[in-house]
Design a protein around this ligand. Structure first.
Ligand code: FAD
Length: 424
């Protein structure tokens, strides 16, 4: 079993700069080469702006190349909860932003001819308990009526042609999609570079200073100056960016990938071939890979660490969950196991705007694979003077009380959600 991301292991390497001197003055410097940063850089370069991306590791090496591969429309919350918490107008705007972000990806992938297996597969939100189906049905009625008629409610009986596991019904969101995250990350970086952006890998920003109106960003390989900076570091935001670290809670999420399944196994496990998410608080998400592996993820443990030791520990738990949901795959070979950090906010809504002299977009709370490119592009437009497209504009972002970088409270949150899953 390889302890690396399947997406990164099976993606082409980016042909950008990973060594040599870093210097020069740019209109915009982007810190972080995930989907947010790369989406912004491509948009800026397309508009003729001189842009540089400084990425600590490899492009897509953060959450963008480590996720479940789902491009789901819909928020981390149910639409009904978002309506109560944010009001109908903002809830609809946010829901639409998620829809638009999948359209954005589809158009961008076609325009830049990125070979990344993008497919409008549809998403199933699966009821893990009979009572959960009532909640899903109530939410479906509001979603279908008010924001997304491209949805359907499936009974347990309807699900028999979709999935080989006894769930109690589901909401189907037909707009949702899937893609190969590693191939997309490399393709997006190549596209940004082709459009004129300069992208440096292995270029962690170690210090950031204001020199009059100019920003100075230092790396171990040299310093750049820039008129504007976009912070696109998500869950990997360093503690030196204190305002953001007090608001972003980095939480580990973990994934295993089986060996490629046979046609008979696929027919017994996931004949519908969609993205699937279960309704538990500590739930699971799964889909088939382009080469027919089952990519199966979940929180598994409430850990703020994703390294090979932590990932392997979580992988063992995920293997048991996989066998519980699909007993027909118990004992199947696991070829890959990996993890990454999710950039949670306290209320699980993303944030984008301008603070302490920096533009930012982050806090996708596990739902950023599609939104990050879109919001990166929107923030690029904001830097060019068009702020009206930002769906997060004006949304307050209070700090998490007692949180200064390391989420010491995660085990308590884990216990709370475990109890909820037991009771509800
Ligand atoms: C295991 C897992 C499963 C997920 N599954 C899904 C899913 O199925 N669907 C979904 O919608 N979302 C999912 N997500 C969330 C989604 O992947 C993220 O929301 C999205 O990729 C965020 O992109 P980003 O560009 O903002 O951040 P990232 O991709 O994390 O990029 C941030 C980058 O900043 C760089 N960086 C940090 N500090 C510095 C520095 N000082 N200098 C230079 N660079 C720096 C990092 O190296 C990193 O590459 C998942 C996340 C994880 C971890």
């Amino acid at each position: 079993m390889k302890l690396v991301s399947y997406w990164l292991d099976t993606a082409p390497a980016f042909s950008g700069e990973s060594e040599g001197q870093i210097e020069g003055h740019y209109d915009v410097a982007v810190i972080g080469g995930g989907f947010t940063g790369l989406g912004a850089a491509r948009q800026l370069a397309k508009a003729g702006v001189k842009a540089v991306v400084l990425e600590a590791g490899r492009v897509g090496g953060g959450a963008s190349g480590r996720n479940g591969g789902h491009l789901n429309n819909g928020l981390a919350h149910s639409y009904l909860a978002a309506k109560t918490e944010l009001g109908k107008e903002r809830a609809i705007a946010l829901y639409r932003a998620l829809d638009d972000s999948i359209d954005t990806l589809e158009a961008l992938i076609a325009e830049e001819a990125i070979d990344c297996n993008f497919r409008r597969a549809g998403k199933l939100k699966l009821a893990s308990k009979p009572g959960h189906f009532d909640g899903i049905a109530k939410n479906f009625e509001a979603v279908h009526r008010e924001v997304d008629p491209d949805t359907a409610l499936l009974t347990a009986n309807d699900l028999k042609s979709e999935i080989g596991s006894p769930f109690y019904g589901a909401m189907l969101s037909k707009k949702s999609a899937m893609m190969h995250m590693g191939r997309y990350a490399a393709g997006l970086a190549e596209a940004a570079k082709r459009r004129g952006a300069v992208i440096h890998e292995n270029a962690a920003v170690t210090a950031q200073l204001r020199d009059g109106k100019r920003h100075r960003l230092a790396t171990a390989r040299g310093t750049v100056t820039a008129d504007q900076v976009l912070l696109a570091t998500g869950a990997y935001t360093p503690t030196s960016f204190g305002y953001f670290r007090r608001r972003i809670i980095a939480v580990g999420s973990f994934i295993i990938a089986t060996r490629p399944l046979t046609a008979a196994e696929i027919a017994s496990v996931m004949p519908g071939n969609r993205t699937c998410v279960t309704s538990m608080n500590i739930g699971n998400y799964f889909r088939l890979a382009p080469d027919n592996r089952l990519i199966f993820g979940g929180r598994a443990r409430f850990s703020a660490v994703s390294d090979q030791r932590s990932d392997a520990k979580s992988g063992a738990i995920l293997k048991q969950s996989l066998a519980r949901i699909f007993p027909q795959l118990a004992g199947v070979d696991i070829d890959y196991c990996w993890g990454g950090l999710v950039d949670m906010t306290k209320d699980r809504y993303p944030r984008a705007g301008y603070q302490d002299g920096l533009w930012y977009a982050m806090g996708y709370s596990g739902h950023g694979a599609q939104l990050s490119t879109h919001l990166g592009m929107i923030m690029a437009d904001a830097m060019l003077g068009r702020e009206d497209r930002n769906p997060m504009r004006g949304l307050e972002w209070p700090a998490v009380p007692g949180h200064f970088g390391k989420p010491w409270f995660l085990p308590l949150v884990g216990m709370y959600y475990k109890a909820l899953d037991f009771l509800q």
